[in-house]
Design a protein around this ligand. Structure first.
Ligand SMILES: [Zn+2]
Length: 132
């Protein structure tokens, strides 16, 4: 969590170009891929419509590193579930995606960190793709 830069509240604030919106650790731009409260996902900046369409066509949705606090990830997960995709939620903590995965026949909640869980999942997906 980073403090809100004062320039964000200025009338001339432009979230696409404001230099205050940089990571305090590495200096990388936080925008346009950081979303503030009262903002919404868009296709040009976040590929939101494309993500929703991809979810509707996915065979597998792998959810990693989100608590489900915003709408778009939840809509993506529900769309994938509705379309019959398998859903794997990697999260040490219970969240809406873990709950959804548990409710699905082809769902799994991997209660672990991404660093621990993803290498074996990736290895199995790669092996599966090679044998297909
Ligand atoms: Zn950084």
């Amino acid at each position: 969590m980073l403090p809100l830069p004062p320039s964000v509240l200025a009338d001339e604030f432009d979230p696409a170009t404001d230099p205050a919106l940089r990571c305090s650790r590495c200096g990388a731009k936080l925008r346009p891929h950081g979303l503030f409260f009262d903002e919404y996902y868009t296709e040009p900046l976040y590929r939101s419509e494309s993500a929703l369409q991809a979810a509707d066509e996915a065979a597998l949705l792998l959810v990693v590193g989100t608590a489900g606090a915003t709408t778009l990830p939840n809509l993506i997960a529900r769309g994938a579930a509705r379309a019959g995709a398998a859903i794997i939620d990697v999260n040490p903590d219970d969240d809406p995606f873990a709950e959804l995965a548990r409710a699905l026949r082809r769902g799994r909640w991997v209660r672990d960190s991404a660093a621990a869980a993803l290498p074996p999942i990736a290895a199995r997906l790669i092996a599966s793709a090679r044998s297909a």
